[in-house]
Design a protein around this ligand. Sequence first.
Ligand code: HEC
Length: 473
Amino acid sequence: MPIKRFNFLAAVLSLGLPPASAAPEEGSGTAAETPPDTITWDDGIAALIRRHCIECHRPGQSAPFALLRHSDVAARGGFLVEAVESGHMPPWLPERGGHAFIGQRGLSAEEIDRLRAWVQAGAPAGRNGGEPIPEPETDSRWQLGEPDIILRMEEAFEIPAANRDIYRAFVLSFDADSFPADLVRTARIPGSDVVGVSAVEVRPGNRRTVHHALVFVDSTGTARRLAAADTEPGYERFGDPGFEPSGFLGAYTPGSTPGRWPPGIADTLDLHGDIVLHMHYSPTGKTETDRTEIGIHLSREPVRRVTAPVRLGSFDLEIPPGAERHRVSDRFRLPADVFVLALTPHMHYLGRKVRVRARTPGGTEETLLEIRRWNFNWQDRYRLEEPVYLPAGTVVSAEWVFDNSADNPSNPSDPPRHVTFGPDSTDEMAEVHLDCIPLEPDDYGVLTEAMENAVRDAVRRLTPEQRKRYGFQ
Ligand code: HEC
């Protein structure tokens, strides 16, 4: 029925996705009017730093130094220009120029020129003598408004001062009977014990030490068992949460913008499951504690589509020591028309690049996401500002590139060693998780079945030795 399809498309494409940034274009037009030698802190640079840097570079946030005062910035001038020119700062992995993502960061070429010119001119303070950027009030409120349900780590976890990153998963058990009954009634997917979740916001208990967090749903009880077997709160785990998740509810990295799905679209939460917070803590040089909480927003209207995972990935990882550009790829042919809403790539420390492409049956080819400078520390769920429609028969493919040379400063093994698939920091993974919704509600079955077949084929392609190593018997 074309009418229904049109209405649904309109609902998906026109409603509810927030604009990438509410901030006005900074200084547009002023470059041409202002000769470079009059760029000062008070006239332009403070505003540029405020807009792009201080969400993290201020006391109590993730960055190691503040950039609020003229002297903070002037003293580091060349260093800051380098970090910005190289693309290291502000942190944002996807290449620009393709599809736009919500919460995208970065300076325009003109802004970089302006910062460089200011530093080269001796970083002048300007007419007010270099007024500091007022420290924004610490955001103690939820960015998406008051959640329907708040879950918190059961107890505070202590992060030792030692120079070691900590990867730990915490079970947030909950009692579904305590959820607001009227909201659960609306959000419940008919005939199931699953509710639709339109957004999850992670509120770190300690922004200095929480480097990233991933939120999974476990309906197997495995996470509980792993936590019970560990003497400290939670359990230690690096590359995956240690179970096959029945749902993925989102990611947090410093400065990331929590997103909400358009009305009628939702992630799924099994009312009999557990929520598992998979945390990465960076040491700060002194003992820190953290007790992170998450806020859940249930779907406020009947759920029309839940996100369905399309996973590209490979278990066939045999990365020889010294290999600088080891390529791995995977492809999947979509058996139904879908919209892609978000992409979450995953590799460990040898990851260098990842590119996700789509080729429609008509032969049109496009890049959905490209990262040329992968950084494990800044992985995220990238939500498209506009969902991308892909017709049935489209081949989605991913290519990952790994650098297992001694020149890779992130290489955890010295000297480099032969690396295979696995969850530890010295193993590797090659994955991309695409959050999709089928255009037709009846197409979930074919999508799931095709996905299961793809995984089965991937296992079949492994050597007997690999199957044994990974426990696929
Ligand atoms: C989303 C948070 C965030 C934003 C926004 C951000 N930074 Fe950073 N910055 C960090 C963190 C965390 C570190 C330390 C870890 C690292 O280097 O990745 C850092 C480190 C740095 C460093 C040291 C890099 C090095 O090689 O040691 C510089 C310089 C820097 N930032 C400059 C900037 C500038 C300039 C901006 C704005 C244009 C900016 N940052 C925006 C989080 C941020």
